[in-house]
Structures are given as structure tokens and as C-alpha cells.
Design a protein around this ligand. Structure first.
Ligand code: NAI
Length: 514
């Protein structure tokens, strides 16, 4: 089973001529396989092959394929009118309806038709591979081959092993996916596999912030895009569809025996109940067709800069970034030499602008005795690379104890440093810091539980959902200490299970500090 030649140029069968099945057929045909396509709906497979032929012709028009490639691919495509026509397949990939009973019945039917060596793969995005293989004579040949939509464009394939899956089968599928031009990542069959599990906090943190009225969707989206994400969570949920996104969140929550870490959002359920499903229904967080997060309504503050001494405290990447930006702005400042663990902060006269550590501004003002205090978010993405790209959105909040005058000055200071300051209410961990910390935490648990390794998690998140970096790349940037401190502060503030720190991450803080 370990040899890639097991599959090379051998017949592949795809079952289900929907959006995923057709994409898989395209990839397999262009990799040189004869491909059977079967769908239970009469005429569906034939129509799909016609549609695919038109797609390939368009690719030839654009010069991406030769007419000979198209003709050869078309010649290898076969519309099957019954399952028995799949009997010579070396690999069957099912992309049928997402229903466990239907998938199990299909696998049983296939076992009676294909050869004992034929690998049976499922493209399921939420069902257990262990459960799909249950009751088969050779359950070891069942494996998840989880593609992402649109299949021809998305590079990631999660290769999912259930309890019975033979390691050699998973390895062979991993190699085949690479042969098809994909990046394959091994995953253990657990709820959400890698991507759909680690991505939960990306949506959940924004939904929690909306529930607490921290800011508008446009402000939250601007902040997250400021961290290098192509889309903010609200616009992305509008694109995915709130019904789909809510269903995935709910299924991960239920599959984890209602672990409060994954609890779905009332904000989203209300939208689903009201039919505000996003782009497809004309309205979600935004209205369509004009929709989208075009404005960011927290960015207007502009005030004269205070003629007071500016003193930069702290060390590390954010303090260095502030120093670079202060120098670029032409503002005179001094920098205090301090121990490595000193808090990163910018003293502006009697007031202070501090990097969030997960405690709310009210608490930090109370603890420090400085009422004129404001917090700013983790500058991730372009900013963290030390660039002085102007106008990148950054969340900030004044302490409730701060004077209105200081709040105006704090925003003016962030603007002078080149950011587009986005005011949010005094929520602990602001926007990006709590989102990234939770992505790191979820990924750490996935690795701790053997779902994937760290490299696999980073590849999955950058290729499967286009994150600007993987969770472990962020961990390397921020360190386990700052991440855990932030999560512990959130946990202390909200007192629930959501911010429970991953054992792996907690252990890493001791390593970092020894
Ligand atoms: P779809 O609804 O577009 O297509 C499913 C096709 O399967 C239909 O043409 C239907 O007639 C056919 N079908 C249903 N039961 C069948 C059976 N017993 N035998 C033969 N054909 C049958 O669905 P889609 O979106 O292509 O999803 C298919 C699978 O891929 C599901 O398991 C889904 O969870 C998974 N998936 C979907 C993704 C997406 O973004 N749509 C992403 C990754 C995985």
C-alpha cells in the first residue's frame, strides 16, 4: 500500500457529482487517471462531465491547458450508470450527502464490488472516519481525503485516519495528494479535523465581542484585516453563510460533548433564525450587493499631539516596533533601558499607552494608579514584521477612569505612529490579541491530543483558510508566556471554560522561563 505506483494512472472513482465531486474529478483527470463518476440522481454525472468539459475548454482558452490535454482528460472521463461499473477502481472517493448512515451504506455496497486492495476515501468534513468504516470487512482501507472548496484551487488536503485506518493507506493517500499538486496533512479523526476545529475561535471571538457590544462588525473586521487576514470574521461569515457556519460550530460543540469552549453564539443563531444568512440572502452583518466592510467607523479621531515628554518602556518586538515608528514620525522620545519582562508602554506626559496583556483597561488603571491609561492591541502581520505600513487598523481602548482629553490624545498618538486607531469598549484582550491567542490555544490542544503536528497545523491554516501565518508561527512571535498570560487574564475575567489554557501551552511557559 505504501507505494505511490499503486495509484499512478490507475482508475479513480468519484461518487457524488456535486460541487466537491466535480472538483475532485477535474484534479484526478488532469493528474492522468481514468475517472469514473457516479451519482444517484439520474443524469447528474453526465451533466457534471459536460460542465467540466466546458471548464477545461475555458482553461485551454486562457492558455493554462493545451487542447490536447483537454481532449485526453475528456477521453479518460467515464460516466457510470451504476456502482458496479466502478469495480476496477484502485481508489474510490465519495463526496455524497453528509449523512453517516448513507455513507456507511455506500461503503458496504462498495465492499461487495471493488477489489480487496481498493482504498475507500471519504471527503466528509464533519463525520467520524472511524464511524464510516464501522462494520466493514476491511475497515483499514477507509481514510478521509478532505478537500477544500474550490477543489482545483485550494491546495490543502487533510488525510484523516480513523481508529482502524492502516497507516500505510493514509501514507499512500498523502503521497497521491502530493502527486496531484496538493499539500497533504495527516489528521486524526476528531471533530472538525484540523481546519474546522482550529478556526472556531476566529469566528467565536468576534461573535463574543459583538454580543458584548465591543464595536461594530466594520470595526472588528478592519482590526482583523489589520493583522494580515484577507477578510474579517464578519465578512467571511457573510460569505460562508451563517447557516453553514453555525452548523459547523454546533456540530463541533455537540461532538465535543458540549464543551463550553466551543459554545455557539446567540448573535449568530438570531441571524440564522431571522434568515440573515449573509451574501446569499442579501443581508448578514452587511447588506448586499453593496455590502462588505468598506468603512471603519472608529477611525476619525484627529487631535493635536501633546507637547509633553514621550518615554518608551519595555523590550521585545512591540517595543522595537514602537521605537521604529516613533523615529519615523519625527516625534522626540527617549527609551528607557529595562529588564526583559518590563511592560511595553509609551508614557505620554502623565498618561500611558500600554500593550494589552489580557486584563481590561479598568483593572490596569486601578492596579497602576494611573487613571489616564489606554490599551492597544497586538500589532500582528505587516506591523510585526517591523514595517511602518501606514493606516493599518489597530484596536485600542481608554480606561473608563481616563479623562476624555487623554483618550483623544491616546488616539492621536496611535495615529501619529502610523496606525488607524479603532476604538472599542474596554474588553479584555481587545480584538486581535484574544483571537490569535485562542487560535494558538486551539492548535496547541490539537497537537497535544495527537490530531496533527505543529507543522501540519500551520500548513492547514495557511492553505485551508488562507491565514497570513500559522498558529505556531504566531506562538514563535509572541511566546508562550505572553499568550498564556493573556488567556489566563481572559479566563479570570470571564470565569468560564472558553479560555481554559491548553496543557501543551502551559507546559511551554515553564520551558520558556527555565
Ligand atoms: P452537493 O450536495 O453539492 O453534492 C452531493 C451529490 O451527491 C449530489 O449530486 C447528490 O445527488 C449525490 N448523492 C447523494 N447521495 C448519494 C448516494 N447515496 N450515492 C450517490 N450519489 C449521491 O454536496 P457537496 O457540497 O459537494 O458535498 C459533498 C461532500 O463533501 C459532503 O460530505 C460534504 O460534507 C463534503 N465537503 C463539502 C465542502 C463544501 O464546501 N461544499 C467542503 C469539504 C467537504
Amino acid at each position: 500500500m505504501t507505494n505511490i505506483n499503486l495509484f499512478r494512472n490507475r482508475p479513480v472513482a468519484v461518487i457524488g457529482a456535486g460541487v466537491m465531486g466535480v472538483g475532485i474529478v477535474q484534479v484526478a483527470l488532469l493528474a492522468g487517471h481514468p475517472v469514473h463518476l457516479y451519482d444517484v440522481r439520474e443524469g447528474a454525472a453526465a451533466a457534471a462531465v459536460e460542465q467540466l468539459t466546458a471548464t477545461l475548454a475555458k482553461l485551454a482558452d486562457k492558455g493554462k491547458l493545451t487542447p490536447e490535454d483537454v481532449a485526453a482528460a475528456r477521453g479518460r472521463a467515464h460516466v457510470a450508470s451504476s456502482l458496479t461499473e466502478l469495480r476496477d477502481a484502485a481508489l474510490v472517493i465519495e463526496a455524497i450527502v453528509e449523512n453517516l448512515g448513507v455513507k456507511q451504506a455506500l461503503m458496504r455496497d462498495l465492499e461487495a464490488i471493488v477489489s480487496p486492495e481498493c482504498v475507500l476515501a471519504s471527503n466528509t468534513s464533519s463525520l467520524s472516519i472511524t464511524a464510516i468504516a464501522r462494520g466493514l470487512e476491511v475497515p483499514g482501507r477507509v481514510v478521509g481525503m478532505h478537500f477544500f472548496n474550490p477543489v482545483p484551487l485550494m491546495r490543502l488536503v487533510e488525510v484523516v485516519s480513523g481508529l482502524a485506518t492502516e497507516p500505510a493507506v493514509a501514507d499512500a493517500i498523502h503521497m497521491l495528494a502530493a502527486d496531484w499538486g496538493k499539500t497533504a496533512v495527516h489528521a486524526k479523526s476528531t471533530p472538525g479535523f484540523i481546519v474546522n476545529r482550529i478556526a472556531r475561535p476566529f469566528y467565536a471571538e468576534t461573535l463574543a465581542l459583538l454580543q458584548d457590544q465591543a464595536a461594530t462588525p466594520a470595526v472588528l473586521d478592519a482590526c482583523v484585516r489589520g493583522a494580515g487576514f484577507r477578510m474579517g470574521p464578519c465578512e467571511l461569515m457573510d460569505l460562508i453563510g451563517h447557516d453553514t457556519n453555525f452548523f459547523v460550530t454546533q456540530s463541533v460543540y455537540e461532538a465535543n460533548f458540549f464543551d463550553k469552549r466551543y459554545v455557539p453564539s446567540l448573535v449568530q443563531r438570531e441571524m440564522v433564525d431571522g434568515g440573515l444568512l449573509g451574501r446569499k440572502s442579501g443581508r448578514g452583518f452587511y447588506r448586499y450587493p453593496d455590502g462588505g466592510a468598506k468603512t471603519s467607523d472608529g477611525a476619525a479621531e484627529a487631535a493635536p499631539l501633546p507637547a509633553v515628554p514621550w518615554v518608551l518602556h519595555g523590550s521585545g518586538p512591540v517595543a522595537d516596533l514602537l521605537a521604529t515608528r516613533l523615529a519615523a514620525s519625527g516625534l522626540g522620545f527617549t527609551r528607557e533601558a529595562e529588564p526583559a519582562n518590563a511592560e511595553t508602554r509609551l508614557q505620554i506626559g502623565d498618561g500611558v499607552l500600554m500593550l494589552t496583556d489580557g486584563r481590561c483597561a479598568a483593572e490596569r488603571a486601578s492596579v497602576s494608579g494611573v487613571g489616564d491609561l489606554a490599551l492597544f492591541d497586538w500589532p500582528v502581520g505587516p506591523a510585526a514584521a517591523g514595517s511602518t505600513t501606514p493606516g493599518v487598523a489597530l484596536a485600542w481602548t481608554p480606561a473608563p477612569q481616563a479623562s476624555a482629553d487623554f483618550a483623544t490624545r491616546a488616539a492621536a498618538a496611535l495615529r501619529a505612529l502610523g496606525w488607524s486607531p479603532q476604538r472599542v469598549t474596554d474588553v479584555p484582550g481587545l480584538v486581535v490579541a484574544r483571537t490569535i491567542a485562542m487560535l494558538i490555544n486551539e492548535a496547541s490542544d490539537a497537537v497535544e491530543q495527537g490530531v496533527c503536528d505543529a507543522a501540519g497545523a500551520d500548513a492547514a491554516m495557511t492553505l485551508g483558510v488562507n491565514y497570513p501565518a500559522g498558529p505556531f508561527a504566531w506562538l514563535a512571535l509572541w511566546g508562550a508566556d505572553a499568550t498564556v498570560k493573556l488567556l489566563d487574564a481572559l479566563d479570570a475575567f470571564y470565569r468560564g471554560e472558553r479560555y481554559r489554557v491548553s496543557p501543551r501551552l502551559r507546559r511551554a511557559t515553564f520551558v520558556q522561563n527555565s
